[in-house]
Design a protein around this ligand. Structure first.
Ligand code: AHR
Length: 506
């Protein structure tokens, strides 16, 4: 290798903090879609399933992934869902048509099964209510069933179903992607805003301890983006705790340069929603900084999906089971950096989805579950990004992209855990050809040494490799070498197209 010509300089100082890492940034999502529930987390009769039908191998990988919170049951699915179908005697539950994914829903798995799964997975539940085909009453009924201790119709029904203790679900989404014309029960911003505000008020009467998420835009390419948030928040600002964002990224053709810079698009999207929320706050003379719930994000090769209207009716069909490459994992790492950088405003985030459907975990009927490439940056970040996110200003050259214009060749985010003194540095090198020498001044954090350095990517021939059923462990992180702290400066080489995480400890 020749001399390094690209540099990136940052200063790490615990005096400059953005915000605290909320563990809920490491959430995920389980939807009744394709094989996420049936054939994913739940597969009675599978070699790895317990007597309750829950796949133990998937549970183990979910815990290893470090997921803290899981959104359920949709997604587009929730907008036509009757939650009552999924409780009580399984043999008496109806089979229904799920219009969102043209699937037959058996309802063998429902709220109480999900809560059992969530306890085993050691995750907090985030529940979505149907504001597509249903409304205030059904949302309150579900909340009463889930959270009321007893002595009322719905809470007593839960007890009759064998669940004595209330579930105590704190996080609730007021519908899903209601701005999208594809959504069953799609609404105008005004109609949704009024319904969401009234539903929020009524739900808080049932349980004042809940935290509520209003639907923002399905993505920032929606023609209504910005105006949708402004109108919805005009109605709901005083009644909700979060506004949602959803975004899926993919590589267009062979435009790797733009794809690697997807984190900038995520930054812009977040900044736009923050600006809109603060605009509404200003109009309302409120000092409140509304939080954001990025409750669906990932890479999704959506252009390869024929669309739900072209599907044939089927039960638990194979839908959007994208197989991820090493370069996808590098991009997922950089998207996690974008979320961390906004830790002052993004309080919830969900990698969508958890199993099989555009997922870090894959499962098949005839073998144990395995980790996709994107599993690794998520697991490493969830494990190591702790405490405060530090404000860093990388000084680094830029490169030109077709989609995002000039883009910094490297990006850096750092966290500092005030309790242990440990620092975690996350860095991405987007150059396709050149290594970057990252130099981080750590003088304000004396006594640190490099305890661990893991790299994903960085080997040109391996960027398009995937993990699949016959090669489930082909791609994973590898040990970085040569990172040192000398005279108060961390120096580390970032190979081309790579994502690194370094743990600095005392
Ligand atoms: O995650 C797949 C789908 O993407 C979800 O059902 C929907 O909310 C989004 O459009």
């Amino acid at each position: 290798m020749g001399p390094i010509v690209l540099n990136c300089h940052v200063t790490l100082d615990p005096a400059f903090r953005i915000g605290t890492v909320d563990p809920r940034l490491f959430g995920s999502f389980v939807e009744h879609m394709g094989r996420c529930v049936y054939g994913g987390i739940f597969e009675p009769g599978h070699d790895h399933a317990g007597t309750d039908g829950l796949r133990q191998d998937v549970l183990k990988l979910t815990r290893e992934l470090g997921v803290t919170m899981v959104r359920y049951p949709g997604g587009n699915f929730v907008s036509g869902y009757r939650w009552e179908d999924g409780v009580g005697q399984v043999s008496e539950r109806p089979r229904r048509l799920d219009l969102a994914w043209r699937s037959v829903e058996t309802n063998a798995f429902g709220l109480n099964e999900f809560m059992t799964w969530a306890r085993r997975a050691e995750v907090e539940p985030m529940m979505a209510v149907n504001l597509g085909t249903r409304g205030i009453q059904e949302a309150c009924d579900l909340l009463e069933y889930a959270n009321h201790p007893g002595g009322s119709y719905w809470s007593d029904l839960r007890i009759a179903h064998g669940v004595r203790e209330p579930h105590g679900i704190r996080l609730w989404c007021l519908g899903n992607e209601m701005d999208g014309p594809w959504q069953v029960g799609h609404k105008s911003a005004d109609a949704y805003g009024v319904l969401a505000a009234e539903t929020a008020k009524a739900m808080r009467q049932v349980d004042p301890g809940i935290r509520l998420v209003a639907c923002g835009s399905s993505n920032d390419r929606m023609p209504t983006f910005g105006a949708w948030e402004a109108t919805v928040l005009d109605h709901t600002f005083d009644h909700v705790d979060y506004i949602s964002l959803h975004a899926y990224f993919e590589k267009a053709g062979d435009d790797r340069a733009s794809f690697l810079a997807s984190g900038l698009a995520m930054d812009r999207f977040i900044d736009g929603v923050v600006a809109t929320a603060d605009h509404v706050a200003a109009k309302k003379r409120s000092r409140r900084k509304l939080l954001l719930s990025f409750d669906e994000w990932n890479i999704w090769y959506e252009s390869r999906f024929a669309g739900h209207t072209n599907l044939d009716w089927a039960q638990a069909p194979r839908l959007i089971e994208d197989e991820y490459t090493t370069e996808d994992a590098v991009v997922v790492g950089s998207l996690l950096m974008s979320l961390l950088r906004h830790a002052d405003r993004v309080g919830v985030a969900c990698l969508a989805q958890l199993v099989n459907i555009i997922a870090p975990i894959r499962a098949e009927p005839d073998r144990p579950a395995w980790r996709q490439t994107i599993f690794h940056p998520f697991a490493l970040t969830a494990r190591h990004a702790r405490g405060d996110v530090l404000r860093v200003e990388p000084i680094t050259p830029t490169y030109d992209t077709a989609k995002h214009g000039d883009v910094p060749v490297a990006d850096v985010v750092a966290t500092h855990d005030p309790d242990s003194g440990a620092v975690t540095v996350l860095a991405v090198n987007r150059s396709e050809t050149e290594p970057v020498l990252l130099q981080a001044a750590t003088r304000a954090l004396p006594g640190l040494r490099v305890a661990e350095h893991q790299i994903i990517g960085g080997i040109a021939d391996e960027l398009l490799l995937t993990n699949h059923a016959d090669a489930p462990e082909r791609v994973g992180p590898r040990q970085g070498r040569g990172a040192v702290i000398d005279a108060g400066v961390l120096a580390v080489e970032l190979p081309p197209v790579s994502w690194s995480i370094l743990r600095l400890a005392r």
